[in-house]
Ligand binder design. Structure first.
Ligand SMILES: O=C[C@H](O)[C@H](O)[C@H](O)COP(=O)(O)O
Length: 223
C-alpha cells in the first residue's frame, strides 16, 4: 500500500531530480527517500531526458541500486568535485542543520556532501523539527577498538548511547565500524558544542550531525 508519506517522499525526490542537468557529476545519497531519487535519475536516463551523468554513491547499497539502473558510476578519487548531491535526512532543523545516519551511511555521506557544490536534502514533513535530537537519536560512528570508552563521556554530555544491532549482532558500517545511537532527552541545545566534544575523541570516526552545510531542503507533499 502506498502511504501519504511514500507519496511525499516521491514528490521530494522528483523535485530534487529536476535540479539535475545532463553532464553533471552527482552525489547519490542513501536511505528510502534518496533511493527514490536514484530511481528517478535512472528513469530519466533511460528515457533520454538526461545524459552523461556520473554518479558518486554514498554507500554500497546505493552503488548496487545505481549500477542495476545503468547509472554510470565514479568515485571521489576520479571526480573529487561533485556538482550536486541528493540525499535524505532523519531530522532537519529551521537552520538547515541535519541528523543523518539512520541507515548507517553517515561517513561516506558527509565526505560526499563536503565535496559537493550543492546539497539537496529530500524529506517529508515528518523530518522537520524545532530542535535536533528531538525525535531521533544522533548516530555516532566509532571504531570497534575501544568503543566502550565513549559511553561515559557521552553520558556526561547528556546523551544515552545504545550500540546499534541488527539481528542480535552489532551493526557494521560499510567501513567496518560500529554505530552508537545516542538519545538526548528533549533534543540538543548546542549541536555544534556536542559535535565538537564527541569528534575530539580518538576512535570517533564521525557523527551524524551535519552542521554548516546550508542544504537546499526539499520537503515533499502527498499530492
Ligand atoms: O544513513 C542513512 C542516511 O543518512 C539517510 O539519508 C537517512 O537515514 C534518511 O533516510 P530515509 O530517507 O530512509 O528516512
Amino acid at each position: 500500500m502506498t502511504t501519504s508519506q511514500d507519496l511525499a517522499k516521491q514528490d521530494a525526490a522528483r523535485r530534487a531530480v529536476d535540479l539535475v542537468r545532463s553532464g553533471m557529476v552527482l552525489g547519490l545519497g542513501t536511505g528510502s527517500t534518496a533511493k527514490l531519487a536514484v530511481d528517478e535519475i535512472g528513469r530519466r536516463l533511460a528515457a533520454g531526458d538526461l545524459h552523461d551523468i556520473v554518479g558518486v554513491p554514498t554507500s554500497e547499497a546505493t552503488e548496487r541500486q545505481a549500477a542495476a539502473l545503468g547509472i554510470p558510476l565514479s568515485t571521489l578519487d576520479r571526480h573529487p568535485r561533485v556538482e550536486l548531491t541528493i540525499d535524505g535526512a532523519d531530522e532537519v532543523d529551521p537552520h538547515g542543520r541535519l541528523i543523518k545516519g539512520g541507515g548507517g551511511a553517515l561517513l561516506r555521506e558527509k565526505i560526499v556532501a563536503t565535496a559537493s557544490r550543492r546539497l539537496a536534502i529530500v524529506v517529508d514533513a515528518s523530518k522537520l523539527v524545532e530542535r535536533l535530537g528531538a525525535t531521533f537519536p544522533v548516530p555516532i560512528e566509532v571504531t570497534p577498538f575501544g568503543w566502550t570508552t565513549h559511553l561515559d563521556p557521552i553520558r556526561a554530555l547528556g546523551g544515552e548511547p545504545v550500540l546499534r544491532a541488527r539481528d542480535g549482532t552489532p551493526y557494521r558500517t560499510d567501513g567496518g565500524n560500529l554505530i552508537l545511537d545516542v538519545t538526548f532527552a528533549g533534543g540538543l541545545a548546542d549541536p555544534e558544542g556536542v559535535a565538537a566534544a564527541i569528534r575530539a575523541r580518538p576512535g570517533v570516526v564521525e557523527t551524524g550531525l551535519f552542521l554548516g552545510f546550508s542544504p537546499e531542503v526539499i520537503v515533499g507533499h502527498a499530492r
